[in-house]
Design a protein around this ligand. Structure first.
Ligand SMILES: Cc1cc2nc3c(=O)[nH]c(=O)nc-3n(C[C@H](O)[C@H](O)[C@H](O)COP(=O)(O)OP(=O)(O)OC[C@H]3O[C@@H](n4cnc5c(N)ncnc54)[C@H](O)[C@@H]3O)c2cc1C
Length: 428
């Protein structure tokens, strides 16, 4: 059970949702039949819907709450053209010859997302290296990514200082094709495109049950049934009712995000977003109005706003040498871990696919998966991802526990080298 603080942050609106204009729920009539039915209007479901429409299918997208209610409207908005927790070598070990097409697919998905409304014109995403820093190893890594088709450059201390506004890192990797978005604006723009192209987007419509019927499936909701020839379940870590399996197949881990108001001497906006390479990742992006977005994984020790403020405030002081003016807003969301760091695809019959497992880096990935899985449902080329067992993997609880332990140890080890966390005295 989440702690009280975490429960509140999981229920809070994200900064992106707060700044969006309120709009009424989309409640068009449900069609009796659809060639392709998608469960979940996050980035994965919306991207699948757009590909289905491009392929000439009639498309219905059913969303339990509203477009972007899950991780897609609550994330940090870093568009990263490389998978989480993988090096080119480990990717090749898992995917064999599919590693190159998969990596290039992620880069193309990033480029497509960054061409949509909601994307910042400022390009690039940086992965600075926390010690031990080995320039030769970084050169090799950059070369290996380039060999897979991902555009990466090694950045030295001066470049990191210029792009990120901190002198704390000696080197890192710059992914030129990455960038940053307002993720909620992005998914709203995608939903509008689905509607314009003739797709049905129905919000407030949880899918309760999916049963094989004739050559397709009967999809049951409290608002009525839809018969569908093909179904894609994209509930991810937010899966409930008929999509509960997408949540059970991964180990959900909560990630807390925060925005801080920063003093005038802190780096202004127009800095590159970044996440470093620690297990207990430090990640930051500047926002207009002299604000900074950052966050951390929610471990049991992180009980409330004050602990969160102290932990993140300490990181900000360490990186930028300034005290934040105030913690502005806190919220949290679920990310889904898998054992091998790759998404889980469950094929349940020829025309019903469930998938989940973005491992905290799912913007480009969800967009790519939406396209690949629709291609597969439409009898396109086989996907080069390892198939998963039909039943959820039994070790997800253990994986979650191990993940939290690794992050907690890393957090403790790294904090030793930092100035002590002070009880926050920020002006509110
Ligand atoms: C705090 C946080 C920060 C993150 N930061 C980044 C980042 O900077 N960069 C990055 O690449 N990734 C990031 N991620 C991960 C990224 O947000 C996700 O991987 C991605 O948004 C997942 O998209 P999705 O469409 O697969 O799932 P979701 O966006 O979670 O959508 C699933 C949807 O399915 C709906 N649903 C579930 N069950 C049903 C049902 N039975 N019937 C109808 N609807 C249903 C849910 O309501 C939900 O809207 C972050 C995640 C979090 C939580």
């Amino acid at each position: 059970m989440p702690e009280a603080g975490l429960k509140e942050w999981l229920a809070a609106l994200s900064i992106w949702q707060l700044q969006a204009t309120e709009r009424p729920l989309r409640v068009p009539a449900l069609p009796a039949h659809s060639d392709l039915l998608i469960v979940g209007a996050g980035l994965g479901g919306l991207s699948a819907a757009l590909h289905g429409l491009d392929a000439g299918c009639s498309v219905t997208l059913l969303e339990a709450r509203h477009v972007g209610a899950g991780a897609s409207g609550r994330n940090s908005g870093f568009v990263v053209p490389a998978p989480s927790r993988h090096t080119p070598d480990s990717l090749a070990r898992h995917l064999g010859e599919a590693a190159g097409p998969f990596a290039r697919g992620l880069q193309q998905a990033s480029e497509r997302l960054l061409a949509l409304p909601g994307a910042s014109p400022l390009r690039g995403w940086m992965q600075p290296w926390d010690s031990p820093y080995d320039p030769r190893a970084l050169d090799t890594l950059a070369r290996d990514w380039c060999r897979l088709g991902v555009e990466v450059e090694v950045a030295d201390r001066q470049r990191l200082h210029r792009e990120l506004g901190t002198e704390c890192y000696a080197g890192g990797l710059c992914f030129e094709q990455g960038g940053q978005v307002d993720p909620y604006a992005l998914v709203q723009a995608m939903a509008a495109r689905v509607e314009t192209a003739g797709g049905v987007v129905r919000e407030g419509c949880a899918v309760l049950d999916i049963r094989a019927e004739g050559a397709g499936y009967r999809v049951r909701t409290a608002q009525g049934d839809v018969h569908a020839s093909r179904v894609l379940v994209a509930g991810n870590a937010y899966g409930t009712d008929a999509s509960a399996g997408t949540r059970r197949s991964i180990s959900p881990l909560a990630l807390v995000l925060a925005t801080f108001r920063m003093p005038a001497q802190a780096p202004g906006d127009a800095r590159m977003p970044f996440s470093d390479n620690r297990k207990d990742m430090w990640f930051f992006r500047t926002l207009p109005g002299q604000r900074l977005l950052t966050g951390c994984f929610a471990l049991p020790a992180l009980r409330g706003r004050r602990q969160c403020e102290a932990l993140l405030g300490q990181r900000i002081r360490h990186l930028y040498g300034v005290e934040p003016d105030a913690l502005e807003h806190l919220w949290a969301g679920w990310v889904g871990l898998t054992l091998n760091g790759l998404p889980r695809v469950d094929v349940r019959g020829e025309r019903l696919i469930h998938w989940s497992g973005c491992n905290g880096r799912g913007l480009a990935l969800s967009s790519l998966m939406g396209r690949l899985l629709v291609e597969r449902l439409l009898d396109g080329p086989a996907l080069g991802l390892p198939p998963s067992a039909r039943e959820p993997w039994q070790g997800t609880a253990l994986l979650g526990w191990l993940g939290r332990l690794a992050i907690a140890l890393d957090r403790r080890r790294r904090r030793r080298g930092l100035a002590p966390a002070v009880t926050p005295t920020f002006v509110r």
